[in-house]
Write a protein that binds this ligand. Structure first.
Ligand SMILES: *Cc1c(COP(=O)(O)O)cnc(C)c1O
Length: 365
């Protein structure tokens, strides 16, 4: 008998997260040069990172023998200045994935449940199942969150609702007005996790101030990341803003040194570089137009996206994906999200988008 059979059933039934294929792996598999590969699979910033963040990371490397500041004092101070919140409302995580895990550690257990949408970010069921809690998956409406149905799905045992806005992998967006109405409808025993990993990419008319809502909703947590628009996915830094009592619980269960000193320094510097974020959003806006124009020309269906990626329908997603990989182009199959006929592509630089479009034409021919 293997000791693995003694792990709880809810752990043994977990399916591991499937990340985008790394460039080095495809290079090995296909005998391609790494420099010839275009990776548009993980919603990374094609501009890289802000030069301020790179300088801060380099400077931090000089002192790697010391533990990081587990209280993240300097990064929290910068976040407090930017958002007008108090330091005790903040939780800093090893990526915002860590924030989602900390929520589940603090609030979920066997006998309790979490509500999330069909086609929503894969970490919600993972974090829920890892606690032995029950996941309630609510059918999507037009590939996006059906907030009325989600509110109706809440049961007395529900402790958490996860909402990604925009959602990954569908790119769907719900308005600030709809979210506020949802928060009004949700009972106060349920923590609403508003995952805003792509908020920096929203068009001006889509923007809403969820952090201002914290004053009215003590059961709200807003989660953000440095992995997407800030271009620091490799450093793993994210944060949650919430009520001080919620942050306190999450800070009790997190690892004392969950974010590296290089990550903390780079994130603090990145936060001050508004010009880089504006440029990233502009590159994304143009790239999104370039991609959707190509889908229209090819007669492909796509889901209008508010993020830095777009999901499109090809039918034989396995075959088309293989044909793209053979040409050195990595996108993301999303069968695990219940969308076996679709692929998700991240918006790249103009030349990367063009490489993808050319490869897609080949793949479909
Ligand atoms: C990418 C992503 C995250 C988190 O990524 P981290 O790198 O862990 O910060 C969170 N939520 C959604 C919806 C995402 O797409």
């Amino acid at each position: 008998m293997s000791i693995a059979t003694l792990a709880p059933d809810y752990i043994r039934s977990i399916m591991a997260y499937q990340p985008g294929k790394p460039i080095s792996e495809l290079a090995r598999e296909m005998g391609l040069l790494e420099s010839s590969i275009v990776k548009l699979a993980s919603n990374e910033n094609p501009l890289g990172m802000s030069s301020h963040a790179r300088d801060a990371a380099h400077a931090a490397i000089a002192d790697m023998a010391r533990y990081p500041d587990g209280g993240a004092f300097a990064l929290k101070a910068a976040l407090c200045r930017k958002f007008g919140v108090a330091a005790d409302q903040l939780v800093v995580g090893n990526g915002s994935n860590d924030i989602l895990e900390l929520v589940s550690q603090a609030f979920l257990a066997p006998g309790l449940s979490a509500v999330y949408s069909q086609h929503a970010f894969a970490v919600y069921p993972l974090a829920t199942n890892a606690r032995g809690a029950r996941g309630i998956e609510v059918p999507a409406k037009n590939f996006g969150h059906d907030l009325d149905a989600m509110a109706a799905a809440i049961e007395p045992q529900t402790r958490v609702v996860f909402i990604a806005n925009p959602n990954n992998p569908t790119g769907t967006f719900v308005s600030g007005t709809a979210l506020e109405a949802f928060l009004d409808a949700v009972p106060r025993h349920v923590l609403v996790v508003l995952d805003e990993a792509y908020t920096e990419y929203l068009a001006p008319e889509q923007r809403y101030d969820s952090i201002a809502w914290l004053a009215r909703f003590p059961n709200l947590l807003v989660s953000r990341t440095f992995s997407k628009a800030y271009g620091l996915a490799g450093l793993r830094v994210g944060y949650g803003v919430t009520h001080a009592s919620v942050a306190d619980l999450m800070n009790r269960v997190r690892q004392p040194f969950n974010v590296s000193s290089v990550g903390l320094a780079a994130a603090e510097a990145a936060l001050g570089d508004d010009e880089f974020i504006a440029r990233s959003a502009e590159v994304n806006r143009r790239g999104m137009a370039q991609l959707t124009r190509a889908f229209a020309e090819l007669g492909l269906e796509w889901i209008p996206s508010a993020g830095n990626f777009v999901t499109f329908k090809v039918g034989d997603a396995v075959g088309v994906n293989q044909a793209l990989l053979r040409q050195g182009v990595i996108v993301r199959p999303i069968a695990a999200y219940g969308m076996p006929h679709w692929l998700r592509v991240s918006v790249g630089l103009p030349e990367e988008n063009a490489r993808f479009v050319a490869a897609l034409k080949q793949a479909l021919a």
